[in-house]
Design a protein around this ligand. Structure first.
Ligand SMILES: Cc1cc2nc3c(=O)[nH]c(=O)nc-3n(C[C@H](O)[C@H](O)[C@H](O)COP(=O)(O)O)c2cc1C
Ligand code: SF4
Length: 501
């Protein structure tokens, strides 16, 4: 992963933990209304893909255990990982693009209700993504994938020193291109073909020459609406429309979206499809089902959307009836690192990826709470427009003091923590019970993200080798990592000790 060149090592902000009585009165543990759903507290576990579904996208016992484990810590809300809304295979990522997925998702909802004693509200993140291919071997790219054009044939002919170039057949053209240097490829290939060679082919929302891309605005509202309706049938409290990071809806919002069909260009056009999706979802699920979205406070890439754009989007989305707005940042393909041959580009490996999931080696600003000020600006714009839509912030938040300060100063209404909750799924409960000293604190070095990048089952380095002999625990295929955190029993307030067993 990319890291700021300064490489200043930061340490997580101090864990000044409250007593149980102080926690009782803390803002973080006060209720809040999100549309028709009431959260018992303002603690939130944002979406995290754990790579535990079947290859067909169905819920597995490992998925149940993963979310059940987070629910045992009784946060105000958990958002299920990005779940695909289409009928396309996507490896072991959850899917919701057909009614056959409902039964498994219902079991998941029941698991979370049971594990949290009904305290945790449960949302599911709905995602659409475009086609992306692995970085090809050059032989394969030039031999099979590259569409030969007359320009390429001509360029090869001109470079033939034998003078016999005119007689080259397409196979010879392909072989000649393959034999050329990286500099020659840069001179000859179009920027998209060069990208396909070096990174793997990736579709964009601006590829209007392709019918299925042109038709996205016709198709996506119904796809999202049907998925939301299935989520409702499965018993979820609501949905989070995924308008963030590197995926389709975020690409519509991005300032890089130059579509010429009324859905790109000025921001009034870029927000059009996200609003149309919301309208169709709302029409399908009704007013008594929570519908929110996650989007970016800033794209964090050259030419991308700014916080001013995001403030404008916030006002539009809130005005159109979103029940919450959850802000993330960055995480784009445009500045991602070149993948190894056979791998796909991972959108969290460049500077924008760093903004999304920053690590302890950072710049002077540091990794903790980088998203707070931009989020506060968006919230301010929404409030100035007269709307009370709850705003969720996350990104490098890992202490009670940070969360309280954010809420006290009105920078957000709900404070989420992804990696800290993975490091210790019980941490909200520990803090609430006045047992903050027992929190296992995230060290923000992104071992978990590295597993995600390799499409491996996500775990945390702080607990995945602990107590491997515990009976009945789920492990990774090689048996070397446990898949969920060890359980925790609160200490007896009368003087017992906390125990991790
Ligand atoms: C393993 C892993 C998987 C993630 N998967 C998702 C996802 O499915 N959807 C999403 O919006 N964000 C995803 N994220 C980003 C987190 O929700 C969060 O925005 C990010 O980790 C920064 O917050 P944090 O500092 O509290 O971890 C993922 C993060 C991690 C570490
Ligand atoms: S693996 Fe590292 S960054 Fe990820 S949750 Fe655990 S401690 Fe935090």
């Amino acid at each position: 992963m990319w890291k700021p060149p300064e490489r200043i090592k930061h340490t997580p902000p101090p864990g000044e933990w409250p007593t149980a009585q102080e926690a009782d009165g803390a803002l973080w543990f006060q209720p809040i209304q999100l549309g028709s759903t009431r959260l018992a507290q303002r603690t939130w576990v944002p979406a995290m893909v754990p790579w535990r579904a079947t290859q067909e996208g169905l819920v597995t016992p490992e998925v149940l255990a993963w979310y059940g484990r987070f629910a045992a810590g009784k946060p105000g809300a958990i958002v299920v990982e990005a779940t695909g809304i289409r009928e396309v295979p996507s490896g072991p990522l959850l899917r919701i693009g057909h009614d056959r997925f409902i039964a498994g998702l219902r079991e998941l909802v029941e698991t979370v209700r049971r594990a949290s004693d009904g305290e945790t509200r449960f949302f599911i993140q709905l995602i659409d993504f475009l086609n992306i291919r692995r970085r090809p071997r050059p032989e394969k790219f030039f031999g099979r994938y590259l569409q030969l054009t007359d320009e390429y044939r001509q360029a090869v002919r001109e470079r033939q020193s034998s003078g016999l170039g005119e007689e080259l057949c397409d196979t010879d053209v392909r072989l000649s291109l393959l034999a050329m240097s990286a500099e020659e490829h840069e001179e000859i290939l179009s920027s998209r073909d060069l990208e396909a060679l070096r990174y793997g082919f990736r579709e964009r929302v601006t590829d209007l020459d392709k019918e299925h891309i042109r038709r996205l605005p016709d198709q996506l509202p119904d796809l999202f609406a049907s998925a939301a309706s299935r989520a409702r049938e499965a018993g979820f409290d609501g949905v989070e429309l995924h308008y963030a990071h590197a995926y389709t809806m975020a690409s519509f919002l991005s300032a890089l979206n130059s579509r010429q069909d009324g859905y790109g260009g000025p921001r009034e056009n870029r927000i059009r499809l996200p609003l149309e999706v919301l309208a169709r979802v709302r029409a399908k699920v009704g007013e008594d089902f929570t519908v929110g979205c996650r989007y970016l406070s800033e794209d964090c890439i050259a030419g991308g959307s700014t916080v001013e754009d995001a403030a404008y989007f916030g006002v539009e989305l809130a005005g159109a009836g979103m029940d919450f707005l959850s802000l993330s940042r960055g995480g784009k393909f445009e500045d991602a690192k070149q993948p190894r041959v056979g791998w796909t580009t991972y959108p969290y490996t460049g500077p924008s990826g760093y903004e999304c999931m920053p690590v302890v080696r950072s710049d002077a600003q540091g990794p903790f709470g980088r998203n707070v000020e931009p989020t506060a600006r968006i919230r301010q714009a929404v409030r100035a427009a007269g709307m009370e839509t709850p705003i969720v912030v996350s990104g490098g938040i890992c202490s009670f003091a940070q969360a309280e300060e954010i809420l006290r100063t009105g920078k957000a209404d709900i404070v989420g923590a992804a990696r800290q909750s993975l490091a210790d799924p019980d941490w909200f409960l520990k803090v609430r019970l006045g047992q903050g000293e027992a929190v296992r604190r995230c060290v923000f070095t992104n071992y978990c993200e590295g597993l995600d990048q390799m499409h491996k089952k996500v775990t945390c380095q702080l607990w995945d080798r602990l107590e491997l002999d515990e009976r009945g625990i789920q492990r990774s295929a090689d048996g070397r990592r446990r898949l969920i955190a060890p359980s925790w029993t609160p200490s007896d307030p009368a003087g017992g000790t906390s125990q991790e067993d």
